[in-house]
Write a protein that binds this ligand. Sequence first.
Ligand SMILES: *[C@@H]1O[C@H](CO)[C@@H](O)[C@H](O)[C@H]1NC(C)=O
Length: 125
Amino acid sequence: MRGLGFAALSLHVLLCLVNGAYSRRTSSYVRSEFPSTDMPLDSEWFATPKGYNAPQQVHITQGDYDGKAVIISWVTPSEPAPTQVFYSKEENRYDQKAQGTMTNYTFYDYKSGYIHHCLVEGLEV
Ligand SMILES: *[C@@H]1O[C@H](CO)[C@@H](O)[C@H](O)[C@H]1NC(C)=O
């Protein structure tokens, strides 16, 4: 047992040394020590939205290769909800609608919220 532990430790040290020999610094940026000052964890931007089942973790990602689509994603924490995005070129009109998909998963005891992804395509560049 001790021999095996020593062998595992030796292998770990060896791999760290080999890895260190090949790693290079690519930027002069050095992240400041925790806690972060530019993005404090108690910022209002990280607060859980108010209201039952209100969308959380909303984010936008690129939806195609030529800039005419985005994927809007969010989580509804408590129960399934429609995966629809209403949009328009004009503010407060929202006469266009995109339909997306919703999924959820379990991992051992963890039960995810309801994860929504909606592709909004045919946008103008
Ligand atoms: C997904 O959510 C539904 C509705 O709450 C639930 O019945 C189902 O067990 C969930 N599926 C997984 C894989 O967690």
